[in-house]
Write a protein that binds this ligand. Sequence first.
Ligand SMILES: [Zn+2]
Length: 261
Amino acid sequence: MKIGSENNLKIEQIPCLDDNYGYVVHDPETGATASIDTPEVAPINAVLAERGWTLTHILNTHHHFDHAGGNEALKAQWQCRIIGAANDAARIPGIDMRVSDGETFDFGSRSVRVLEVPGHTSGHIAFYFCEEGAVFVGDTLFALGCGRLFEGTPEQMWGSLSKLMALPDETVVYCAHEYTQANAAFALSVEPQNKALQARAKEIDRLRASGLPTVPTSIGRERETNPFVRVHSAHLQETLELSGGDPVAVFAETRRRKDHF
Ligand SMILES: [Zn+2]
C-alpha cells in the first residue's frame, strides 16, 4: 500500500455508449495511465485531456465491440501498449502483450494480476490491482448480476465467479455496465427474504433517481446480495425448487431465469 493520497492510484469512471462504464487508471508515481477497455474513444480522450494524462496502456477484458472497439483509434493516437488474453489474442485488436491466468505484470509502480474468467466469452479476463484491492471484471460480474453466457457453460461461469468471490470482501469491483436497477428487480424475485438485498434495492433506486452510478461495488456486498453468487442460500434454492441442489445447477437455473425475466 502506498503512503499518502497523492501517490494513490487514480481511477476515473467514464460513462460510455448507452450504459457502459469505461475506466482510466493513473499511477501518479510513474505517469503510467491505462484505459480499462475502450468502449468509446471521445469520452476517454476527454478525461485524459482534462487530467493532462498520457495514455500508456489499454487493458482489455474481452473482445466485444463495446470493450475493444476503441483499441485501434486510441493506439494510433497514443502509441499505447495493448494487453489482453493470450488465449483470445486473435480477437483483441492491436494486442501487444498476451497474458494468462495467474500471471502478474507491472503497471507503473503497481502490480496487476490476471484472472481468467471464461463464461461470458471464452477468453474473458479480469485485472486485479493487488495492492489497491481493486478488480476490473468487464462483463463477468455485475452489481447484483453476472454476464450472459455467450460462449461458456454454467460450470465455467460458476468457476469464474467463484474465483472472484475468493478475493477479500473489501475488494472494490469495477463492472462495465450500469445494469443494477434491473438486476435488483430480478434478485428480489428470486430471494425476496434477503434483508440486505431489500435495503440495497432501495439505495439503488435512490441513486438512480438522482442520476448517480451504482458502480463500483465490492466483493462483500455481492456476496450478501447477488443471487448469482448466493447459490448456497436456502431461500434462493427454495424459489428455484432446487433445495439441496449442487452449486452449478443452482447457478445455471438462476442464469436461465434471468435470461427470461
Ligand atoms: Zn461483453
